[in-house]
Design a protein around this ligand. Structure first.
Ligand SMILES: *Cc1c(COP(=O)(O)O)cnc(C)c1O
Length: 232
C-alpha cells in the first residue's frame, strides 16, 4: 500500500485542528502545530516545510544541531521539547526559539546564564508533571508555582506558558483530565500577575490526543507520527 505523502498528512491534520478548535468555539489560528521531527531525516523535514510546516520540535541536542544546520535560511522556528540537561543549555539557547521543557531552577539558571552570554531573551515553557509519575520529567503540579516565581527573577528568561506530557497516549479520554488540570494551573498562575511571567501558551496534545488537548485549551500541539509516520 502506498504511503500518504507528508503534504497530504499535514493537510489532514490541519483540517482536524480547525474542526476541533471551531467545535469548541476557539479560533483555529490560536492553535499552532509543532511538527515533531525527532529521528526524522532532513529530506522529510524539507518536504514538510514545502507543505507549509513552520515550527519543528526536536528532542535531542546533537541531532538537532546537525539538522538545523541544514536549514540556515529557511523561515522556520525550532522548538526543543525533550528532556534538557543543564550541560546542554548553551546549545539549546543558540538553537531554539522556544524550550518547552524547563522543569527545575537549576536548569533555568543555566539557561539564563547562557542566554545572557549571547544577549538573548530565551522564551521557555515550564513542563509540569500533572500525573506525578516518577518516570516522567516535569515539575510536580504543587511545586510549579514556586518554580515559576523563582524563574521570574531570571532576566534572560521569559516564561510563556506551560507544557505537559500525560502518562497515557492514544487514549484521549484518559489524557483529557491532565489537559484540563494544566489549563486550570495556567489560569491560576496568570491570575497571580507575576512580573515577567506570561501564560500565553499551553503545549499539550500529541498524535493520539491533540483534539482533546485543543478542546481543553492547547495553543501548541506537538504532532510527530501523524505527520511523518512511525519512527524507527
Ligand atoms: C515524540 C514526542 C511527541 C510526538 O509524539 P507523536 O505521538 O509521534 O505525535 C510530542 N511531544 C514530545 C515531548 C515528544 O517527545
Amino acid at each position: 500500500m502506498e504511503q500518504a505523502s507528508i503534504k497530504s498528512r499535514l493537510e489532514r491534520i490541519r483540517g482536524r485542528i480547525e474542526k476541533s478548535a471551531t467545535s469548541c468555539g476557539r479560533d483555529p489560528e490560536d492553535v499552532k502545530l509543532v511538527a515533531v521531527s525527532k529521528t526524522i531525516p532532513a529530506e522529510s523535514i524539507q518536504e514538510a516545510i514545502e507543505a507549509g510546516a513552520d515550527i519543528f520540535g526536536e528532542n535531542y541536542i546533537q541531532e538537532a544541531r546537525e539538522k538545523i544546520a541544514v536549514f540556515p535560511s529557511h523561515d522556520v522556528s525550532w522548538h526543543f521539547i525533550g528532556h534538557l540537561q543543564s550541560n546542554k543549555a548553551k546549545y539549546a539557547v543558540k538553537l531554539f526559539d522556544l524550550i518547552h521543557s524547563v522543569d527545575s531552577l537549576k536548569l533555568a539558571r543555566e539557561l539564563n546564564k547562557q542566554a545572557e552570554k549571547i544577549g538573548k531573551i530565551q522564551q521557555v515553557l515550564i513542563q509540569v508533571n500533572i500525573s506525578m509519575e516518577t518516570t516522567k520529567s516535569g515539575v510536580a503540579g504543587k511545586d510549579a508555582i514556586s518554580l515559576v516565581r523563582d524563574i521570574s527573577q531570571l532576566e534572560y528568561l521569559s516564561v510563556q506558558g506551560l507544557m505537559t506530557m500525560p502518562p497515557y497516549y492514544n487514549e484521549p479520554e484518559k489524557t483529557r483530565p491532565y489537559f484540563s488540570e494544566l489549563k486550570d494551573l495556567s489560569v491560576s498562575i496568570a491570575n497571580m500577575k507575576i512580573s515577567n511571567i506570561f501564560m500565553n501558551e499551553l503545549s499539550m496534545g500529541m498524535t493520539g490526543d491533540f483534539e482533546a488537548a485543543i478542546e481543553e485549551g492547547a495553543t501548541l500541539v506537538r504532532v510527530g507520527t501523524a505527520i511523518f509516520g512511525e519512527r524507527y
